[in-house]
Design a protein around this ligand. Structure first.
Ligand code: COA
Ligand code: ZN
Length: 321
């Protein structure tokens, strides 16, 4: 039997948070439906952050509630950056939260309005609280390799933060290449190092594809024993507070590579491409990762194939925008 690879889909949160045009809650819910239909079982649905800071996530309670009601078989996470967000997420019914610990000083100031030290302490507090309350919790260590303001993040900083989160009882650590500037050798090295202090099954990598290294970095993480990789539908994504943070590693690229390598992702690529089409209609521009050109030519070459999904399903959505 093929080894399982868990894809943690961040499109509805990381993908949409930076989009200039507000996407309605109904359309976010529909996008989540397409992702679930494609077989994605771990989805970061939204974030409970200040609506003034990130207007796109103002409808977090509604989006999370709709997702959980519609798809009880899927694990939906909600991202939080402070205790207020944790309370709001729990009040909205969240059973799984993702907390951001920002390791670099300037980014912590911009993203969390606190020092890096306070951000790590707060994430550990929230992880401990989640643990006590029986709430699944992942913590992002961000950035784990390269900071947009200070360059390379020292490995001891990452390891110390990782140790602190394990002690606090975190369920999963996600090492984040927030701006997509890490290269495969350093991704592999850090993954191995962190995995040697814990169980690799409790580690994930969160990758962006800014420098076209997303897939190579994912392959390096897989070689280091990591079996949870974050990705975003169509490569949608970016952080409003981290200059240069372009799109995430595209889910369809990751699925294609992983399946070819013999991993089982549980994701159906045809259905996933329907989700890419839908996301494209939502944001009004072409999406798709490194495999997009191949997929498009494949669809043209085989017009009767299921790949050749038009945007008929997006009709009402297009009219609404
Ligand atoms: N949910 C909703 N509103 C929140 C909130 C939360 N989790 N945390 C803070 N706020 C609101 C406050 O009510 C206040 O609103 P007001 O200006 O209408 O009075 C405003 O945000 C600022 O609150 P304050 O307590 O001064 O927070 P802060 O300035 O110390 O921190 C952050 C603000 C960091 C919480 C806020 O900027 C934020 O949520 N940023 C988003 C970070 C993010 O999503 N990054 C990308 C993903 S990592
Ligand atoms: Zn990201």
């Amino acid at each position: 039997m093929n080894e399982l690879l868990t894809i943690y889909e961040v499109g509805p949160r990381d993908g949409l948070q930076n989009q200039p045009t507000l996407v309605s809650g109904r359309d976010k819910t529909a996008l989540i439906g397409k992702l679930v239909a494609a077989g994605l079982g771990h989805i970061e649905a939204t974030s409970f952050v200040s609506p003034r800071a990130v207007p796109q996530m103002a409808d977090a309670p509604d989006v999370l509630a709709a997702a959980m009601n519609n798809h009880s078989e899927v694990r939906f996470s909600a991202l939080v950056v402070n205790p207020r967000g944790y309370h709001r997420a729990r009040a909205a019914g969240a059973q799984s939260i993702a907390v951001v610990a920002v390791l670099s000083e300037t980014l912590a100031g911009k993203n969390n309005r606190m020092s890096a030290q306070d951000s790590v302490a707060m994430a550990a507090d929230l992880a401990g609280r989640a643990h006590r309350e029986g709430v699944a919790c992942r913590v992002y260590l961000a950035p784990a390799w390269v900071c947009p303001y200070h360059g390379a993040v020292p490995q001891p900083t990452v390891l110390a933060a990782a140790d602190r989160m394990w002690q606090a009882g975190v369920g999963q650590l996600a090492l984040a290449d927030t701006i997509g500037h890490a290269h495969p050798l350093e991704v592999g090295r850090l993954c191995e190092k962190v995995a040697s202090r814990c169980d690799a099954s409790r580690l994930a990598v969160h990758l962006h594809d800014t420098q076209a290294l997303g897939l190579a970095n994912a392959a390096a993480a897989l070689s280091a024993g990591i079996r949870t990789v974050d990705a975003s539908i169509g490569g949608l994504g970016g952080c409003p507070f981290a200059p240069g943070a372009a799109g995430n590693l595209a889910t369809e690229d990751l699925v294609l590579m992983a399946e070819k390598m013999g991993f089982s992702t549980g994701v159906d690529l045809d259905s996933l491409w329907r989700a890419v089409d839908f996301a494209q209609a939502l944001v009004g521009r072409d999406l798709g990762g490194r495999t997009a050109a191949w997929w498009r030519s494949h669809r043209r070459a085989t017009p009767d194939s299921p790949y050749n999904t038009d945007v008929a399903g997006c009709g009402s959505l297009l009219r609404d925008h």
